[in-house]
Write a protein that binds this ligand. Sequence first.
Ligand code: PMP
Length: 379
Amino acid sequence: MLEETLTMTPGPTPVHPRILEALARPTMAHGAPAFVEAFRVALADFQALCRTGTGQPFAVSGGGTLAMEMAVVNLVAPGERLLVVSHGHFGDRFRELAGSFGIHAEVLAAPWGRAAAPEELARALAGGPFKAVTVTHVDTSTGTAAPVADYAEILRGRPELVILDGVCATGGMDERFDEWGVDVLLTAPQKAIGAPPGLALCAFSQRAMEVRRAMPAVPAYYADVLRWLPVMADPAKYFSTPCVNGILALAEALRLLHQEGIQERFARHGRLARAMRAGLEVLGLAPFTAAGCRADTLSVVLLPPGVEEQALRGQVAARGVAVAGGLGPLAGKALRIGHMGNIAAGEVAQTLLALEGALTALGHPTLQGGALAAAGPWL
Ligand code: PMP
């Protein structure tokens, strides 16, 4: 049963058989020519996904949080100021992270379910100077997508370095590193990229690399990008043993992604998001996130009165589908359903049917097949 569970959480996401095959290959030495070549191609494919010509890609064993840490500690020194644009739990994580390194973080917080308006960002910047600004593209706790292109207009030409957390967006929603003037795009493989967890991924602009080089030291060893730079320039070099199969899986995931096409992939995520949300509405699972800032990668929906989160998730799991519960103030009140990575109509349909069956089993029946009928036009 466990092996057949469809993982529709907002990370990790279902891993395509081609990627699983890469994971199952005999582990090679990290100096083996075939591995070095796969690593090199994975870095180039990641750079292309970020849409940067000169941004320096990094892939380091760890998680998205390590990528957040790499971005912050390599650009902002203890005692300097960081502006954190937050619309949820993962935005707030930047404040906590900064605090651990003696960096002064000021938070521009949007109410949960909304994103800060571009004018609010402009006002917050006037309270600077800040060394850098963090923006969470999609906050996985609220399902909110920030208007990053509009923020980029405001940040263009300014001295603040721009750090974009794409953990819940990269590979599923449009991101334009060079065009938007991003200095660090950080992400992780286990969401819209569709690979298993285990890597911190980021790209640093040449401006960001210069800022790092100008800092005499940073309070990090493993997270210091200068220690990794020689390996990223030539993956035959060694700093710390890479997770060989994790990199092979990432390489395959990125190959798959580029075979589909970036624009086609974003369009697919848009369609599946509409399908899922149309079905969820019919099931009485109303969107928590305000219209106009809903991410294409996940949906955060409120539970109908009288439906208990644990019981509902249990019933859904009994039907072979895993979904996540609410975080922070939404704990026990919401579901978070991922619809990103390598999924298609079948996974959306299976999820809606599992939810319909689960709600019916809990005494909240809806029109049988109604959710699928509502989703149908988008599938
Ligand atoms: N940022 C965002 C937006 C996330 O959703 C997450 C994880 N859910 C992280 C950062 C942290 O990533 P990880 O769990 O891989 O450390």
